[in-house]
Design a binder for this molecule. Structure first.
Ligand code: GAR
Length: 201
């Protein structure tokens, strides 16, 4: 199974996924990084890990559909089976969603449907909730919305700061995302409407 990670920024999840695949235990190859931001640190990480990079900038295309068609060209030429969104700060449009139905994962740093959007950790911290967490889900046409695959809680303790909470969330993400990919690769995720059944994890 060939995987493409989509990322726009730092790429710590990219690194965790690359590391987990390298260690073995996930029946998949990390074949491609799709990035929309030439300044993103994730590009350096990909080069170091010897993963091919497709840099596709939205501003180079008149319409979103053209931008996505260009991405799809890269996905097809690299025989990609699964798209893994890891901090790709863009909503996917019809082209990608149609072409890769139920084959696109996303990770969100909060317990969906709470605290959607680009600042889930800070929004949960500022709200004052006692428990937040991490969600891995299939992607649909709405933001941070598709069927939930895995979810786990993170407690916000009295002495936590935003920075310490970020560390806890990222540590959980880095264990969790490779696990979700492993389950997908082993055919253990079964869609039942909005529900995702995980077969003997
Ligand atoms: C991750 O925390 C991920 O959950 C978040 O972007 C970060 C990317 O970090 N995604 C979202 O907020 C999606 N709504 P990384 O570039 O270090 O992997």
């Amino acid at each position: 199974m060939n995987i493409a990670v989509f990322a726009s920024g730092n790429g710590s999840n990219f690194a965790a996924i690359a590391g987990a695949i390298k260690k073995g235990g996930i029946r998949a190859r990390l074949s491609l990084l799709v990035c929309d931001n030439p300044a993103a640190f994730v590009i350096k990480r990909a080069r170091k890990a010897k993963v091919k990079v497709a840099l596709v900038k939205r501003e180079d295309f008149p319409a979103k559909a053209d931008f996505e068609k260009e991405i799809i060209k890269h996905l097809k030429s690299n025989h990609i089976d699964l798209i893994v969104m890891a901090g790709f700060m863009r909503m996917l449009g019809k082209e990608l969603l149609k072409g890769y139905k139920n084959r696109i994962l996303n990770i969100h740093p909060a317990l969906l449907p709470s605290f959607k959007g680009a600042s889930g950790i800070k929004d949960a911290f500022d709200y004052g909730v006692k428990v937040t967490g991490v969600t891995v889900h299939f992607v649909d046409e709405l933001m941070d919305h598709g069927p939930v695959i895995l979810q786990a809680p993170v407690e916000i303790e009295e002495n936590d700061t935003l920075a310490s909470l970020e560390v806890k969330i990222h540590q959980l993400e880095h264990r969790f995302y490779p696990l979700a990919i492993k389950l997908f690769a082993e055919g253990k995720l079964k869609m039942q409407g909005r529900r995702v059944k995980v077969l003997n994890p």
